[in-house]
Design a protein around this ligand. Structure first.
Ligand SMILES: Cc1ncc(COP(=O)(O)O)c(C=O)c1O
Length: 379
């Protein structure tokens, strides 16, 4: 048996998504910018997909900019804020995904904006008083804080942060890559400037996502070229990907509560079983349902001198998990997120992440394998 519990890295594509993409792959070859029949047909598919996304997020279709995924969307949000909207202060945290963290660092090296890091506690919660203090500093700010941490699952109170940003006239960007398709969004109620999406995190195709840009902020050309994406992002659109994204978001929100209940029950079960299995077991980040992304569980196992072999041993036993974000798993460098929350880096950690396709039998199998690895390691 093999189980895949690394859904925060990426999810398997849903069969219905493949079905939706196939006819476009086979026959939809027209260039969406062409004005003839072939082009118009494909252009219509893109605009229908944009309307689908907007309907789910309760925003306007013109506020959705299709991108190559989460990284590009995060980059565009920060770069356009600094280069086009007069921002000279980026307020973020040390536990953001590198798509935000490295972008903020790169911008700070240009001297166009300085970066402040808001205080966070040992569970990854943002200190809202410290955020307010930073917002009072001079200059035009953008706050960039992720909705759910991809490694430790801690959720940000989006509405509270949005209100604070508005009070101090700051822009607000949230990396919602891990929560899009997993929690409902209402962007008519939530006052935010940018949120981001990667379709492959909710059973859509890889290499496609979007950036929501609030109509109140008006970026200029982001990628020079043709007039695609209302002239903001030149380049022939990833039509197959966009169609797949729209189908994936439809499926994700069709029954989001049922998905949430199913996955949350697996996560709670795993927590319970691990607590029974080990005398000393801890979890990185929040685990309370209201404060924690239900698809991710980051386990801090007892110390063992075989710690470095843990992921490898589980993989050999058929359990695919990760020790952090996908880009750092397998690398020797420790997780910047665990470092950021001051975690005990001498204890082995594993991120288990689930999807709506995960079954209890798979969790039981994974638990058995964990037990057998530790029976040897702790003996
Ligand atoms: C929180 C977060 N932001 C951004 C990204 C990057 O998304 P993409 O792989 O679509 O560029 C990821 C992917 O791991 C993520 O988890």
């Amino acid at each position: 048996m093999r189980v895949y519990l690394d859904n925060a890295a990426t999810t398997p594509i849903a069969p219905e998504v493949v079905e939706a993409m196939l006819p476009v792959l086979k026959e939809g070859f027209g260039n969406p910018s062409s004005t003839h029949y072939y082009g118009r047909q494909i252009k219509a598919l893109i605009e229908t997909s944009r309307r689908t996304v907007a309907r789910h997020l309760v925003c306007e279709p013109s506020e959705i900019l299709f991108t190559s995924g989460g990284t590009e969307a995060d980059n565009i949000a920060l770069y356009s804020a600094v280069n086009q909207m007069g921002v000279n202060h980026i307020i973020t945290s040390t536990i953001e995904h590198h798509a935000v963290g490295h972008t903020a660092e790169a911008i700070s090296r240009t001297g166009k904006a300085c970066v402040s890091y808001v205080k966070i506690d040992s569970k990854g919660n943002v200190d809202l008083e410290d955020l307010e203090r930073l917002l009072q500093l001079e200059g035009k700010a953008i706050v960039s804080l992720m909705h759910a941490n991809n490694e430790i699952a801690t959720l940000l109170p989006l509405y509270e942060v949005s209100q604070l940003c508005r009070k101090y006239n700051a822009l607000f960007h949230s990396d919602t890559v891990q929560t899009m398709g997993h929690y409902p969004f209402n962007l008519t109620e939530l006052d935010i400037d940018f949120i981001t999406c990667a379709a492959h995190k909710f059973h859509g195709p890889k290499g496609v996502g979007f950036l929501y840009i609030n109509k109140k902020v008006k970026p200029d050309v982001l990628i020079h070229g043709g007039s695609q994406e209302r002239g903001l992002r030149g380049g022939t659109e990833n039509v197959y990907g966009i169609v797949g994204l729209a189908k994936a978001i439809d499926l994700a929100y069709e029954d989001v509560e049922a998905h949430q209940n199913h996955v949350q029950s697996l996560k709670s079960y795993m927590i319970e079983q691990l607590k029974k299995m080990f005398e000393t077991i801890d979890f990185h980040g929040e685990i309370d349902q209201e404060k924690s992304l239900y698809t991710v569980l980051n386990v801090c196992f007892p110390k063992t001198d075989k710690a470095s072999m843990l992921l490898f041993s589980l993989d050999l036993k058929g359990v695919a998990v990760s020790g952090g974000s996908a880009c750092t798993s397998g690398a020797t460098k420790g997780s910047h997120v665990l470092e950021g929350i001051g975690a005990d880096m001498t204890r082995p950690n594993v991120r288990f992440s689930f999807s709506r396709y995960t079954t209890k039998a798979e969790i039981d199998f994974a638990l058995e394998q964990v037990k057998s690895v530790f029976t040897v390691a702790l003996a």
